[in-house]
Design a protein around this ligand. Structure first.
Ligand SMILES: Nc1nc2c(ncn2[C@@H]2O[C@H](COP(=O)(O)OP(=O)(O)OP(=O)(O)O)[C@@H](O)[C@H]2O)c(=O)[nH]1
Length: 463
């Protein structure tokens, strides 16, 4: 095994990527020369970020739009497999968990409707085991009434937080426009709703209520994007980590944040690799780091939606072939994350290319081979960092590719297969703001939003 020096981590980088306490704990472990302790501390850190659970209770009256909100937050349509059941009659009878399809440690709990006749508030709170959730989305479709204020008080009593999500604002706007067409102002109606909710929540004891006015049918409009970013911003660091992974990439900012967060993981993984090399335990490096590297890379892959399942789903939603989307992927690792690909990548870039390649032919485990070739913390860091950058760029290309057809063929391509005759074409007749949208149309709008963000960013970078 190659002798390894303790990894030299640039001060500036660690300060940005790791919490101060984490950094201090690591420093102490390194400086004391207690390598096994440092290794165990690092493994702990890695495990924390990988397994942090986030249990989010989505509560409110029956029919409030809880299931629809969960679907929108997960980026799935009501008819997609695994979607929360939605409907005009009561559909949720038991708390139903909806783990994110790629990050099962984040769970959105669809709770039964509160305030049903014959079910007192106390009985409801007990039945749904209200105390077990970390955070709440309190959903209300009309006004903030007695049920909502009761639930808000209970959450506050538990010292927890919630966001008040006022759903179906599309219906309010449509109704007001019909009733008062001449003096109709969307902004004024939304402000009226917001003020009313704030007043009721303050009366319930909440000094600074966080209120989001949304339509679950238009997740790129009203306060929906802000709900996503505010949630991510407010959660404590480890919760934020889990929460962020679960959110759909509805903007460039979200993609960038995901990349930043994974960068933190890159540093930790590289540190663990570096420390493990220093441990005088034969075989440990090969056994542990093979799995660690491959798992990390597969994690990035899934996070950016580059795995086969995600590509197939996106392709289906935009009416394209998965192969078309895959064709814009350039990173060799984005197509296949296997020990062989990792090793091939290394053998192309490292000094000991021949030695590594020969070891590969003899079937020696990847990391053991690399250690034998004298790789350093820096090599692992640079390699993972490079892969991460490439995958983020691939994710961007895939999304642009998915949208391209929309731009060249017009919105018809998205709407032609749409399932809702109420949708309006983009012929100038209305903007389909308030019309119910098909899954394809929603996705089209979402993709357009992403592309616009990228274009804006490119323009500002060109300046
Ligand atoms: N226009 C409009 N309709 C919505 C919105 N959110 C939900 N709906 C519709 O409202 C109905 C009830 O929505 P659900 O999501 O099933 O409501 P829920 O709170 O989960 O209901 P239960 O599970 O029965 O407690 C469905 O027909 C949805 O399509 C919205 O923001 N705007």
């Amino acid at each position: 095994m190659a002798t390894s020096r303790l990894p030299a981590v640039p001060e500036e980088e660690t300060t940005i990527l790791m919490a101060k306490e984490e950094l201090e704990a690591l420093r102490t472990a390194f400086e004391s020369g207690d390598i096994p302790q440092a290794a165990s501390r690092l493994r702990e850190l890695l495990a924390t970020t990988e397994t942090t659970r986030l249990e989010v209770g989505v509560t409110g009256e029956s029919g409030a739009g809880k299931s629809s909100l969960i679907n929108a937050l997960r980026g799935v349509g009501a008819e997609d497999p695994g979607a929360a059941l939605t409907g005009v009659v009561e559909t949720t009878m038991q708390p139903s968990p909806y783990p994110h399809p790629q990050f099962p440690d984040v769970t959105l709990w669809d709770l039964p409707g509160a305030g049903s006749p014959g079910c007192s508030a106390d009985k409801y709170l007990k039945e749904v085991d209200f105390g077990r959730y970390d955070f709440f989305l309190l959903v209300s479709p009309r006004r903030c009434g007695a049920v909502e204020t009761r639930l808000a008080s209970e959450i506050l009593r538990q010292g927890k937080k919630f966001y008040f999500v006022r759903t179906k604002v599309d219906e309010d706007l449509a109704a007001t426009r019909n009733q008062r067409p001449s003096g109709f102002s969307e902004a004024a109606v939304l402000q009226e709703i917001r003020d009313h909710c704030a007043e009721r929540l303050r009366a319930a004891g909440l000094s600074d209520p966080r209120i989001f006015l949304v339509s679950n049918l238009s997740p790129n409009r009203y306060d929906f994007p802000m709900l996503v970013t505010t949630w991510e911003h407010d959660l404590p660091a480890h919760r934020r980590h889990a929460g962020l992974l679960s959110l759909p990439d509805i903007s460039l900012e979200a993609l960038q944040k995901k990349k930043d967060m994974l960068q933190e993981q890159v540093l930790k993984t590289a540190l663990v690799s570096g420390v493990i090399q220093a441990l005088p335990v034969p075989g440990l490096a090969a056994a542990y780091d093979d799995a660690l590297l491959i798992r990390s890379l597969r994690g990035y892959h899934r996070s950016f939606g580059l795995d086969d399942d995600s590509l197939a789903k996106l392709a289906e939603q935009v009416g394209k072939q998965a192969g078309d989307l895959r064709s814009v992927i350039r990173s060799p690792l984005a197509n296949e994350v296997s020990p062989e690909t990792v090793l091939r990548l290394y053998s192309q870039s490292s000094d000991g290319a021949m030695r590594v390649a020969r070891a590969f032919e003899r079937g020696i485990p990847v990391f053991g081979t690399l250690v034998a070739g004298g790789i350093s913390f820096g090599t692992v860091y640079t390699m993972l960092q490079g892969c991460l950058n490439e995958m983020a760029e691939d994710a961007q290309r895939v999304r642009i590719k998915a949208l391209e057809e929309d731009e060249t063929q017009g919105e018809v391509s998205l709407e032609a297969a749409g399932d809702n005759a109420v949708e309006k074409r983009s012929s100038g007749e209305g903007t389909s703001e308030e019309a119910p949208l098909s899954t394809r149309r929603k996705l089209g709008l979402l993709l357009k939003y992403i592309l616009d963000s990228w274009k804006r960013r490119d323009l500002s970078e060109d300046k």
